[in-house]
Design a protein around this ligand. Structure first.
Ligand code: UDP
Ligand code: MG
Length: 323
């Protein structure tokens, strides 16, 4: 398959940041697998602002192999933006993403391809059942995946963030990966309406060259992103449903507090031994705080609704059939 306008069987999208040592080996390996299985293919390297010699290596590889296409960012934007750009350019029937560092094995490609084309999956995620990463990474990852499973409702996935994944081409054209959301692509796909999500145990290797490009902040950011996604999928297009509820709850609390104050005042007027200063009462402060918070929740809700009205996503539905 070359750069003309024919649809290859497989697009391999490879985001990379400073991976010059790995690229020749990775390319050779992918090529061997493709040729052995008779797949037409393209490899799309997305150079995420590498500062080493990656770009030169890619140029050299592309000269030797017409199946290689490449995009280079002017600076380092992150793995998610790199995937997004790769997805936009991918032309293959099946799109496979793979890390550039040789931790994922191209030998998995044929089976992943088969699961998409024959078993009817929209997305198949790799599962690094036996991982070759330091403990500082594998233990938090287990926790992270357990949370992601619960929140996303995708209970059959063990490894959300595996770099090796396969997609029906339509799926990658209908999801937008931004920020650090590459950790949750299955959740993004599910929210877009692609629910046939499968998993395949894949071989994993220790990083051969270079070092990991993510630090420990990955876990903090990972959880925050999960919270965002959860919120978006529950209330993204109807923010008033949550903020209105919270606001109403606050008003009820405030109202009850005021009511209590009034009753206490009346009682103290009848029986002066119960006399008290309003400003000494906890109910006074409770009512103040609750009313102010209630108002803020409502205002946030209204503002959210106004933003949603302007969102291009508000009427985005995935239609599965039409007659
Ligand atoms: N990567 C990228 N941009 C970044 C960070 C990473 O394109 O800002 C690529 C990196 O080159 C590799 C893949 O994303 O191909 C996974 O990164 P890494 O192997 O460092 O992550 P880990 O395996 O440690 O989770
Ligand atoms: Mg890696």
């Amino acid at each position: 398959m070359s750069k003309e306008n024919t649809i290859p069987d497989i697009s391999v999208v490879v985001p990379l940041f400073n991976e010059e040592e790995s690229l020749p080996e990775l390319t050779g390996w992918i090529r061997r697998v493709m040729e052995a299985n008779g797949f037409s293919y393209e490899i799309i390297f997305v150079n995420d602002g590498s500062t080493d010699g990656s770009e030169r290596v890619i140029e050299r590889l592309a000269e030797e192999n017409p199946c290689i296409r490449a995009v280079a960012f002017a600076r380092n934007y992150g793995k998610s933006p790199a995937l997004n750009v790769g997805f936009a350019r991918a032309r293959g029937r099946v799109v496979i993403t793979m890390d550039a560092d040789l931790q994922d094995s191209p030998d998995e490609i044929p089976e992943l391809y088969r699961m998409i084309t024959e078993d009817g999956y929209d997305l198949v995620s790799g599962w690094k059942k036996k991982r070759y990463d330091p403990l500082s990474k594998t233990i938090p990852t287990k926790l992270f995946n357990a949370t992601a499973r619960r929140v996303s409702g995708i209970h059959n996935l063990h490894d959300f963030n595996c770099g090796l994944k396969a997609y029906r081409s339509e799926v990658v054209k209908h999801i937008e990966v931004y920020g650090d959301m590459h950790r949750y692509i299955p959740y993004l796909a599910k929210n877009a309406g692609y629910t046939r999500i499968g998993e395949k145990v894949v071989h994993h290797q220790a990083r051969k060259y270079g070092t990991t490009k993510f630090g420990l902040d990955r876990f903090v950011n990972g959880y925050l992103d999960l919270a965002t996604l959860w919120f978006q999928s529950r209330f993204g297009i109807k923010p008033m449903h949550i903020f209105g509820l919270l606001g109403s709850a606050m008003f009820v609390i405030g109202f009850l507090a005021v009511l209590t104050l009034i009753v206490m005042k009346i009682v103290s007027m009848v029986n002066p031994s119960y006399a008290f200063y309003l400003t000494n009462s906890v109910y006074f402060y409770l009512s103040l705080a609750a009313m102010i918070m209630g108002l803020q929740f409502f205002l946030t809700g209204f503002t959210g609704e106004l933003i949603t009205r302007n969102s291009p996503e508000r009427n985005n539905y995935l239609i599965s059939s039409e007659i």
